[in-house]
Design a protein around this ligand. Structure first.
Ligand SMILES: Cc1ncc(COP(=O)(O)O)c(C=O)c1O
Length: 392
């Protein structure tokens, strides 16, 4: 079956953060929103059919997650990522960010050191700082247009007594799908310093056709008892509004402590439409996802070619995964604060400003290309026109 990713679906007046939140976030509504990490594509019909069928029953009382829910997750990760997950390891969370906060609160105490690798997904910082933990940074290194982990610096930072790492795999926003060798070196350092690793793999399914996702806990099995993996159908199938995700914890003691927190907060029931959608997505979603990633690769190629030919001062960091592109504007020599203004008011584009992702983010913009090609074309033309205005 062929899916139509070219379809333009209006998202205005649907309480969409990306669209209806433009005024609040950018102070303007007349920009093309390419920020929040959700997609402008419809979730596949087999998911909406399942949700509609459940909705038609018309009683939305208390519910639990059935065997099929767990089986569909286990089967998906086995066939798509060659990773064997046991049913007991699967723990519920309404979202990955709430889980990051719960994990920080449960397994560290105030002033404990937690390490991140910027530029990185900004709620990592707020989860650490809001919980009054000490932020330790191990910046990624940009070498010949490709981001790498700085293992020497990581070793030195971990030696200062870091308790936990928030790891992004694949990495948002720089788009790396970390390779097994890199993950082993990373894992060995975590083991050397006995650090608890929270591997946020929410983008694991969104890997471009030439690349592969490697789950850290599979690649570095020797240390999997100290690795907590965050997974979700939300990014993959555009279901973030259904608040249904999982935290994979192999270590029984850690699992019990996590489960106790979920129980105390009484948030374990979740959302029954999320359960229904998750089962349908993980059971029937292979073909749709494969086609989606081919379409996204087409969008990436379009951005790359357009920039090279028509806006050569802006460089695309070659993405390996995610639908979020990391664009380097530093050759344009616009001042940090003016780049943000330029994007909003001159280009009229709602990208994420690179500084949001902190160290190493200044002079960059994050562009979400999970949208019909026509939207990408309009955005690129707006950008070209704005850049040309600067020259006059
Ligand atoms: C790396 C990463 N983790 C977590 C999230 C959000 O997770 P949730 O919506 O489940 O809290 C995102 C969303 O963009 C993300 O990029």
């Amino acid at each position: 079956m062929s899916y139509n990713f070219d379809e333009i679906v209006s998202r205005e007046n649907t309480f969409s953060v990306k669209y209806d939140g433009r005024e609040k976030y950018f102070g303007s509504t007349d920009l093309i929103p390419m920020w929040v990490a959700d997609m402008d594509f419809k979730t596949p019909h087999f998911v909406t059919d399942a949700v509609k069928q459940r909705a038609e029953q018309a009683i939305y009382g208390y519910s639990f997650r059935p065997d099929l829910y767990f089986e569909s997750i286990i089967s998906w990760f086995s066939r798509r990522h060659d990773w064997t997950i046991e049913r007991d390891w699967i723990n519920f969370t309404p979202g990955i960010v709430p889980a990051l906060n719960i994990l920080i609160q449960t397994f560290t105490t105030e002033k404990d050191k937690i390490l991140v690798q910027p530029p990185v997904y900004h709620p990592f910082f707020s989860a650490i700082e809001n919980n009054r933990r000490e932020l330790v940074i191990n910046p990624l290194a940009l070498e010949n247009g490709r981001y790498k982990m700085d293992f020497q610096d990581l070793d030195a930072k971990l030696a200062t007594g870091v308790k936990m790492i928030l790891f992004s795999n694949p990495h948002n926003p720089v788009g790396r799908a970390w390779e097994p060798e890199e993950l082993k070196t990373f894992g060995n350092l975590c083991r050397k310093h006995d650090v608890l690793v929270v591997s946020d793999e929410i983008h694991c399914d969104l890997v471009l056709p030439a690349f592969k996702h490697s789950p850290l806990a599979r690649v570095f099995k020797e240390y999997s008892e100290k690795i907590i993996t965050c997974i979700a159908p939300s990014k993959t199938f555009n279901l973030a509004g259904l608040a249904t995700s999982s935290i994979i914890i192999e270590n029984e003691k850690i699992r019990e402590q996590y489960a106790e927190m979920i129980e105390k907060l009484h948030i374990g029931m979740g959302n029954l439409f999320g359960t229904t959608a998750s089962i349908a997505a993980y059971t029937k979603g292979d073909d749709w996802l494969d086609q989606l990633m081919i379409y996204i690769q087409g969008n990436v190629d379009l951005v790359k070619d357009f920039l090279e030919k028509r806006i050569p001062a802006v460089h695309l960091i070659k993405p390996e995964a995610t639908y979020l592109l990391w664009l380097d504007f530093r050759d344009m020599k616009i001042e940090k604060s003016s780049l943000k203004e330029f994007m909003i008011h001159t280009a009229k584009l709602g990208f994420n400003d690179g500084s949001t992702f902190r160290n190493g983010g200044d002079g960059f913009q994050r562009m979400n290309v999970a949208c019909p090609r026509q939207t990408i074309e309009s955005a690129l033309v707006r950008l070209e026109t704005a850049v040309n205005k600067l020259k006059t």
